[in-house]
Write a protein that binds this ligand. Sequence first.
Ligand code: ARG
Length: 467
Amino acid sequence: MSIHHPTKTDETSVAWSGRFSEPVSDLVKRYTASVFFDQRMWRQDIRGSLAHARMLARQEIISGADLAAIETGMATIVAEIEAGKFNWNLDDEDVHLNIEKRLTALVGDPGKRLHTGRSRNDQVATDIRLWLRDTMDGIDQLLRQLQAALLGLAETHAETPMPGFTHLQVAQPVTFGHHLLAYVEMLERDRSRFADCRRRANRLPLGAAALAGTTFPIDRAFVAQELGFDGVCENSLDAVSDRDFAIEFCAAASLVMTHVSRFSEELILWMSPRVGFIDLADRFCTGSSIMPQKKNPDVPELARGKTGRVFGHLMGLLTLMKGQPLAYNKDNQEDKEPLFDTADTLVDTLRIFADLVPGIRVKADAMASALRQGYATATDLADYLVKKGLPFRDAHEAVARAVRRCEAKACDLPDLDLAELREFSTLIEDDVFSVLTVAGSLGARNHVGGTAPAQVRAAIARARNRL
Ligand code: ARG
């Protein structure tokens, strides 16, 4: 839905204007309004209002006829908003007052009765929770799609060797599939963080009214059930002032973005001609306006950059809340833009990466040749000597000397012949060469969590089961 920017002002009175002797200035009106951005919660606002109205009728606080009028009016409003014909009005401050005012214009007094036993304070808290719940359900879906994309590529490359790095120095051989599975694990934890956040967010604030509860005989459990909440917020002051759920959401989103940003950094590095491990599909890259040869990994770079803005929103929300006394303060209206922007950034990033990953073209030859340049199987040689009875520290020392010899001769460990290798330890025999190959090194790490192709395939199967 596109965001409408209301400009129209009218002379009819604002919902709370009865107490005031002069209207607010246009600047103040604009400064205090939230309808520019909170109109995107209109579906949740109407859902919440309908559940509230049904409860009011059940409890005989309003009549059945009132409820019927409210339901008819709301159906009209839904149609108007969906058709882009709803007139969002700056004078009515926020999504809640805009909808309530239109309802009253459509159905008269029943519209004015809707706000019985309720405040915008518990209303907005309910709307955000409903909106966030819907949003998190969508995000879980996207996280799973990205995991599925990574699993697909990992399966294709369950046996493709690449250098594993520590300190960005060649460390030991891993398979590209194994490397990708690391991100599947991160995203799995991300999913569980959102599930956890959803569980705490899924409680009903309505009934708290402004802050202290209401004098009407309401049935909060009924409203909670109508709206699919697991229960009610237990304390009315907390119900209207708590924004922990928004902060938790931004924290969970920050971690997803951290993971995507690390992956982006790797993609950028791997795509650099100096490394040349992969290529990204053209539709995720852009050219340079001056250098005709360039193909830049703009999408991963932007994802890395947008991570900063999501962190900023988390810090913004924490700061927003830290000085607020109980209960509701207008400060809280500032929760929405960071929250919405965090969700939008995350959703777009996940969608684009789920599409980008299957299009990664792996240059296995470049990975293999990089593996011949960093003595990637040195640890395997040390382990070999240990298995022949040498204490590990001595084995480490012997192999380090062999590496220095290779450096001097500009060759790799398997390029030394048996006689030369035996200068470093007479325990070395001709079974050493299978140990020094990349395939031997990979296959030997054959335990849960290891990089052996058989283990990678088993890990893919387990991850698919979780999906
Ligand atoms: N627009 C407000 C918000 O987003 C709604 C609640 C306003 N309540 C109030 N007492 N002014 O937080």
